[in-house]
Write a protein that binds this ligand. Structure first.
Ligand code: SF4
Length: 198
């Protein structure tokens, strides 16, 4: 950088330097220590990084989740989320919703387990993933057995199952989306959609 310094400017600058040095000699150097005391540790020190996808919309921006063991609970906790600069979709940027992901992840009201409301019950109760998946598989099989249509009323093969719908998430990889499409269509499901229209 070029600085255009006149002789008068140089003398003024030198004077200021002498004054600052004199203040330090008079004890004002403690201000520097006080300033240092306010410098925070780098917040990403000793963290584990994990890459993921923002769950909100079909743009499917890449995010990096930073976690470490919480001293109070002894459990791992995500304490910082930022856009993934290497992700081809967002290249490190996030919209306001994505930027607030940390509060969504750590929200005390967030559902973290499957729940069921039994026949006649007023409240939902938590169940294991095994039980939840068994119940879903049973319901899917029973409905398909009862309603799958091989031929339409004129005898034309249609192989469709119109009493079941499938709502998928678009924030997936191409491979997952391809697999989802194959599974859903191979069962004859017609009603199939998500935000990105896979
Ligand atoms: S950060 Fe915003 S634009 Fe990107 S996926 Fe999330 S909600 Fe959509």
């Amino acid at each position: 950088m070029n600085i255009d310094l006149t002789r008068r400017g140089f003398l003024r600058l030198a004077g200021a330097g002498v004054a600052a040095t004199s203040l330090g000699a008079l004890g004002f150097g403690e201000a520097e220590a006080a300033e240092l005391a306010h410098v925070r540790d780098f917040k990403l020190t000793a963290t584990t990084e994990a890459r993921n996808t923002c769950p909100y919309c079909s743009v499917a921006c890449g995010v990096i989740l930073y976690s470490r063991v919480d001293e109070q609970t002894g459990k791992k906790r995500i304490f910082h989320i930022e856009g993934d600069a290497d992700h081809p979709t967002n290249r490190g940027t996030l919209c306001p919703k994505g930027s607030a992901l940390k509060d969504f992840v750590n929200a005390p009201t967030r559902l973290t387990e499957p729940r069921v409301r039994r026949p006649g019950a007023a409240e939902f109760e938590p169940i294991s993933w095994d039980e939840a998946l068994d119940k879903i598989a049973r319901a899917v099989k029973d409905d398909r057995d009862a309603n799958f249509m091989s031929l339409n009323e004129t005898g034309v093969p249609v192989n469709r199952w119109t009493t079941m719908g499938f709502l998928a998430a678009s924030a997936t990889t191409n491979e997952t989306a391809w697999l989802t499409y194959k599974v859903v269509r191979s069962m004859g499901i017609v009603g199939f959609d998500n935000q990105a229209r896979v």
